[in-house]
Design a binder for this molecule. Structure first.
Ligand SMILES: [Zn+2]
Ligand SMILES: [Zn+2]
Length: 137
């Protein structure tokens, strides 16, 4: 049976393995912006013995293929986002959570060119203390 994960992996040119399918499934619709370490610990539960390198390489390939995006918002580790549309993020310095942010009058995230430069990626990162952590203080 062919599901979405099989089709995606084939498109990217990756061998279809249950481990890779599990990584894609885990990321699908995931709004927690997990780190590679986080994804690894989840996958490890389903596939004891899988190496971190396997998970990390798969994530890199998915980023390269434009299936997911890599965020430079967390100072300690890369975070991954299955939503590939340009959007804003807010990083909480206390709990490390990354939130999607929507503005009414957004900065143009779709610009391809500015002052003669070619724009390949736009990341707008807001940092601070999230409302939950603020309440706890
Ligand atoms: Zn927080
Ligand atoms: Zn996001």
């Amino acid at each position: 049976m062919k599901d979405q994960t099989t089709i995606k992996l084939k498109e990217i040119g990756l061998k279809v393995t249950p481990q890779r399918q599990a990584i894609l499934k885990l990321l699908e619709g995931n709004q927690t912006h997990p780190s590679a370490e986080r994804i690894y610990s989840e996958i490890l539960r389903q596939f004891p013995g899988i190496s971190f390198a396997t998970v990390y390489n798969t994530l890199s390939k998915l980023v390269e293929a434009g299936e997911i995006q890599e965020l430079d918002i967390d100072p300690n580790k890369k975070r991954f986002d299955p939503c590939i549309k340009s959007h804003y993020h807010f990083y909480c310095k206390v709990c490390g959570k990354v939130f999607d942010i929507v503005f009414d009058n957004p900065f143009p995230l779709e610009i391809k060119r500015i002052d003669g430069h070619r724009v390949d990626a736009i990341q707008l990162n807001l940092k601070g203390v999230c409302k939950e952590c603020k309440r706890k203080r």
